[in-house]
Design a binder for this molecule. Structure first.
Ligand code: NAD
Length: 429
């Protein structure tokens, strides 16, 4: 199989780039990984994986002979025809996508090229493919093909998502490059949608915006449940049994975060606005999400009164379990708001603590959940790390001075928590 698979390049070795590279290397492709971050590339050459993603280190180690790491784009161009672009597209202050990294890749391509194709994995606004095409033509690089191949992986199960995608979307001009990308993914046996470039770009943004809408919707239902005495977990179960609704993404909590939903929802809202359409629904989705993060403060005040001088422990800091990604994590808003209310904040996360330390000034970090709650008045469960489901709440009670647990993910065993003498409050129950 190895001989018949074509070599590829992946530009940008972050969550998407590294997982894509490892996934194709598993399928037998030689993969040339390029990044401008020399330290990252040197680390990767030594076998050091810069991110936490289950199974990724093992996969890269197993494919070591097929994965090549370099800071030199020319090396990748020499070996590979298909160049997957997986650089970041973070939000700007206005909420639009910052495409500077994408364009620096486009501009680094040599002119007069024969036969290469840029395959866009990064999430970009609709119209970016057409704009890149114009730029390529204007700069004497009209021979480059362009394919949109949006990525749908979820951090925490990214490699599994590569191996078993719900679908592969390929947007292209109906040319050989588009077909080559389809062929590359064929061994996965996933449903394939081949479409035009603008539609592929919109599929990615619309999918994330819809998922975020589902989360904000169930969060609002949870808030109404709290006022009316219904249990949102029962409600979500009953709703999810309707196949038109589906059971996924009906988990209430303290708001979505991460590197994708906040930025992609905002990018779609801005994109619509820039084209003269006011996307009202997304404005509400974003606002509900921001308020949801802050509702924890009111819950704590209900039990503790003023938070001045109180100590609150955050259990879990990453935006979700099984990742070290702290981008747009609800814990960032919470720690800032708690300190703003005069509370001292302590924290523990099994994986994300190193990154979190840099982002959460004034927070005291501990090496275990029990150490983190020592002397605390209240605990807020922020991230559903599996180890929190096995906490001994009697031991936690003995370490704490207060007796309040706010379960931001409806994750721990409420009966066990209450039996240990705590006041327990989840979301929407
Ligand atoms: P990331 O920040 O983890 O990685 C980006 C990498 O690109 C970094 O290593 C950076 O050094 C490198 N880079 C930047 N400019 C470069 C250049 N000019 N040449 C070579 N390398 C360069 O980003 P990510 O989370 O992997 O996201 C990448 C893209 O994929 C974004 O557009 C994102 O929206 C999209 N996406 C992300 C996810 C996710 O869960 N993280 C899922 C689907 C889609």
């Amino acid at each position: 199989m190895t001989e018949s698979r074509e070599p590829i390049a992946v530009i940008g070795t972050g969550y998407v780039g590294l997982v894509t590279a490892a996934g194709f290397a598993e399928l037998g492709n030689e993969v040339w990984c390029v990044d401008i971050d020399a330290a990252k590339i040197e680390g990767l050459k030594r076998g050091e994986i810069p991110i936490y993603e289950p199974g990724l280190a093992e996969s890269i180690a197993a494919s070591a002979g097929r994965m090549h790491f370099t800071t030199e784009l020319s090396e990748a161009l020499e070996h590979a025809r298909l160049l997957f672009v997986a650089v970041g597209t973070p939000p700007t202050y206005s909420g639009d996508a910052d495409l500077s990294a994408v364009y620096s890749v486009v501009d680094a391509m040599p002119s007069g090229d024969q036969g290469h194709a840029l395959v866009m994995k990064s999430t970009v606004p609709v119209g970016t493919g057409a704009a890149i095409r114009r730029r390529l033509e204007k700069t004497g690089k009209g021979n480059f093909s362009y394919v949109s191949c949006p990525e749908f992986l979820k951090e925490g199960s990214a490699l599994e998502d590569f191996r078993k995608p719900d679908r592969v979307v390929v947007g292209d001009a109906g040319d050989a490059a588009g077909q080559a990308v389809c062929d590359l993914y064929a061994p996965l046996g996933a449903p394939l949608l081949r479409t035009d470039i603008a539609s592929a770009e919109m599929i990615k943004l619309a999918s994330n915006a819809f998922l975020a809408t589902k989360i904000s919707f169930i969060n609002e239902i949870a808030n109404v449940c709290e006022e009316t005495g219904a249990d949102v977990l029962e409600v979500a179960k009953g709703m999810g049994m309707d196949e038109r609704i589906g059971r996924h993404f009906l988990k209430p909590g303290i708001g979505y975060g991460g590197s994708c939903f906040p930025k992609d929802v905002s990018a779609l809202k801005q994109l619509a606005g820039n084209s003269g359409y006011h996307f009202q629904l997304l404005t509400a989705v974003i606002e509900v999400n921001e308020l949801q993060k802050r509702r924890v403060i009111a819950k704590l005040q209900k039990h503790l009164g003023s938070l001045v001088g109180k100590t609150v422990t955050l259990l879990g800091l990453a935006f979700k379990a099984h990742t070290d990604d702290m981008r747009e994590a609800s814990s960032l808003v919470l720690s800032a708001r708690l300190q703003g209310e005069g509370a001292s904040v302590r924290a523990y996360d099994p994986i994300a603590a190193d990154d979190a330390r840099l982002l959460m000034p004034g927070v005291e970090f501990a090496d275990s959940a029990v150490a983190a709650v020592k002397g605390a008045d209240a605990v807020v469960l922020v991230t559903e790390w599996p180890e929190f489901s096995a906490l001994d709440w009697n031991e936690m009670a003995a370490a704490m001075s207060g007796r309040v647990v706010i379960d931001g993910r409806n994750y721990v065993d409420a009966v066990a928590v209450r039996a240990a003498g705590f006041e327990y409050e989840g979301i929407g129950r």
